[in-house]
Design a protein around this ligand. Structure first.
Ligand SMILES: Cc1ncc(COP(=O)(O)O)c(C=O)c1O
Length: 414
């Protein structure tokens, strides 16, 4: 018979009773975009110039009006803002939407902590545990994290590079609807593909939402970044005013990612009221930042125009540069500042890792975001990667030359 000492009993008890984190916490993914960032830092330490084509943080300076507004604020107490947003901020968002012909009452808008919070609120407002939301993959990878937080299942429908990641037929979409499907979430213009859904494609979704009694959630954080044709908003379809939810953000259009100001807007009172109640639970969005962005929301086009023109130039540089690389599959992105490209290799993860760990061309290399992280379906997008246009034109050209050389070297080696 074995006699347990007090010490071994204590250790055994500790192991048995150690609290475990939830399955949900364990299964929430790390950001696939940042996976290779540590290696990139190590390469930089060794003097290699790394072109970051992996991240979506604009490299341009924030318009000075933001900092000027903050400097001019006269406040004696830094108080909570109302949970739906400061009146000045709500008024500014209303004016902003007027500029796009979208007529919203201030009561139909909730200011959120970035677009991220708006998406979580919308998911929580329409889904119970076990419900699902249709998404088109590849999709913005944080939708996975938002779905984990909201305890919602993502129900992916694959799009394809061959038609620039445009939507499939209504029949194909409807095949995926289950008894637990509560909504369809789109990103228009899309991160990661740069696709803009045409009015006809949106009408297809609108008709499905009506026919199958679903909500239509539209993440329009890149609304202004539309290079060839303007974006139609989900709120542009009055026939689904009772089921459309607009998810929005100032982060990219004004280059104020750190301000954390977004919005949820809907003509459906229950949705807005639900978001308001979720908002009450987190009390308030940062009041200084809400005020700081009021002038830009009120005269948005003046501030967004130069960014849009710069990103249009970059989109063209990337598109022309990709034409010079043999074996690439790509299309002309219509909006946002991303493209998903088909690489002339079997495994984009392996190639991207090799690129950042080993490869150099004239002291330079490139960091890509392998596309499998943007798909929910295992095995999808294995030879694809997302490029973000966050570098100035010269650096983008140099990065694409380094990429072309990298494929030549890689194909000889593997
Ligand atoms: C498509 C999309 N939606 C939402 C967000 C979240 O933006 P925010 O910074 O406003 O939380 C991002 C940020 O990259 C995004 O690309």
């Amino acid at each position: 018979m074995t006699t347990l000492t007090q010490e071994t009993t204590d250790t055994a008890n500790k192991i048995m009773t150690a609290p475990q984190i939830s399955a949900r916490a364990k299964s929430t993914q790390d950001s696939p975009i940042r996976k290779l960032s540590a290696t990139a830092e190590a390469r930089k330490q060794k003097g290699i110039k790394v072109y970051h084509l992996n991240i979506g943080q604009p490299d341009l300076p924030t318009p000075p009006i933001v900092f000027e507004t903050i400097r001019d604020l006269k406040m004696s107490t830094l108080a909570y803002a109302p949970s739906n947003g400061l009146p000045q901020a709500l008024q500014a968002w209303k004016i902003y939407y007027d500029g796009f012909g979208l007529s919203l009452d201030e009561k139909e808008i909730i200011v959120t902590a970035g677009g991220s919070e708006a998406i979580v609120f919308a998911m929580c407002a329409i889904c119970d545990y076990g419900d699902d939301v249709i998404v088109f993959e590849p999709f913005y990878t944080n939708y996975n994290g938002f779905a984990s937080i909201a305890n919602v299942k993502l129900n992916p429908i694959s799009l394809h590079i061959e038609n620039g990641f445009h939507l499939p037929s209504s029949e194909e979409i409807e095949k995926h609807i289950t008894s637990r499907t509560r909504g369809i979430l789109i990103c228009n213009p899309s991160n990661p593909t740069g696709t803009i859904y045409s009015r006809e494609e949106l009408q297809r979704l609108v008709d499905i939402a009506k026919r199958r009694n679903l909500f239509l959630l539209s993440d329009e954080v890149y609304r202004e970044f539309a290079y060839d044709t303007p974006v139609s908003s989900v709120l542009d379809f009055p026939e689904i005013a009772d089921r459309s939810i607009l998810l929005d953000s100032t982060s990219k259009r004004f280059n104020v990612c750190g301000a954390r100001i977004g919005a949820l807007a809907s003509h459906n009172k229950d949705i807005v009221q639900s978001a308001f109640r979720f908002g009450m639970a987190r009390l308030s969005v940062a009041s200084i930042e809400q005020l700081a962005l009021v002038p830009m929301l009120k005269s948005a086009k003046m501030y967004t125009q130069p960014f849009v023109e710069e990103f249009r130039r970059r989109r063209d540089i990337v598109y022309d540069g990709l034409k010079t690389i043999p074996g690439m599959t790509f299309y002309k992105p219509e909006g946002a500042f991303y493209i998903v490209i088909g690489l002339p290799v079997k495994d984009a993860e392996h190639f991207s890792k090799w690129l950042i760990e080993e490869f150099e061309y004239e002291g330079q290399t490139v960091l890509l975001a392998p596309a499998p992280g943007f798909y929910a379906t295992r095995g999808a997008g294995v030879n694809e990667a997302r490029l973000a246009f966050m570098l100035n034109g010269d650096d983008l050209r140099r990065a694409l030359i380094a990429l072309r050389v990298a494929f030549e070297v890689y194909r000889k080696r593997f």
